[in-house]
Design a protein around this ligand. Sequence first.
Ligand code: FAD
Length: 253
Amino acid sequence: MNIIVCAKQVVDASEIKIDSSSNKPILEGIPKKISDIDKNALEEAIKIKEKHNGKITVVTVGSADAKERIKELLAMGADEGVLIPYPDKYDYHIVSTLLAEAIKKIGEYDIILCGEASTDLFSGQIGPKIAGLLDISQITYAQSVNAEKDKVTAERNMGEKSVTSESSYPVLITVTKEINEPRLPSLMQILGAANKPINEWDIESLVVGLEPKIKTVELKGVSMDRKNIVFENNLDDSVGKLVDNLAKDGVLG
Ligand SMILES: Cc1cc2nc3c(=O)[nH]c(=O)nc-3n(C[C@H](O)[C@H](O)[C@H](O)COP(=O)(O)OP(=O)(O)OC[C@H]3O[C@@H](n4cnc5c(N)ncnc54)[C@H](O)[C@@H]3O)c2cc1C
């Protein structure tokens, strides 16, 4: 089983502060990490490999420091990494095209796993776009995956209902956070990751003449002002007033 995992390096969104004068997020100096749900995607890939054997390749479009993040994924259990440098100009079209071209270059693949969405921009576009570009089937928002020899089934939770989809290979699956608990690599695995290959592929070796189709017009923080209403009377009275106020503001139906 040849498995490809698309993993994105993101800024740690919990560390982002908003510049109060410009209302813009301050992105400089924020720690970077692998998008959380992409670790779930890799964990699922490792489980499939444990069942069927095979190879896991992690692909990242990102800046040079993403190499350190790829090493974390190799320590978790991926066999090989591919890093494609971010182009000067990029949008969803460019990132998905680069990932699709890299996957074509890798050649043999049965399953491509992505997160349902990245934990910074959360557009959820990249997985389905890659499947479209490769003209293969896709199953999105999987909360469980069962890979068999000739087919794979995946379940999506719809609240009161769940939908189970089945596909032959090759297939692209996007997974949710609930699918599993990503493993923590041991010290031996962390040391061993240094010997696993990370290939760096130039954009020009994959595709030429790519132009963005969408422009981000503005990125701004949204301030949430607190009302600072305090109910100080006896508890029963205060609870009643709190419920009335929440209902008035539409928080309670
Ligand atoms: C400084 C900056 C400028 C930008 N400018 C623009 C712009 O002008 N126009 C515009 O449209 N967009 C712009 N973007 C957004 C950029 O194109 C997106 O980061 C990218 O396309 C991925 O979108 P997403 O994070 O919403 O991915 P999602 O679709 O939410 O991610 C889903 C899954 O796809 C995979 N994936 C996503 N990105 C990658 C990656 N890089 N490498 C490997 N796997 C990946 C992962 O498995 C992930 O879980 C900009 C981003 C930054 C940081």
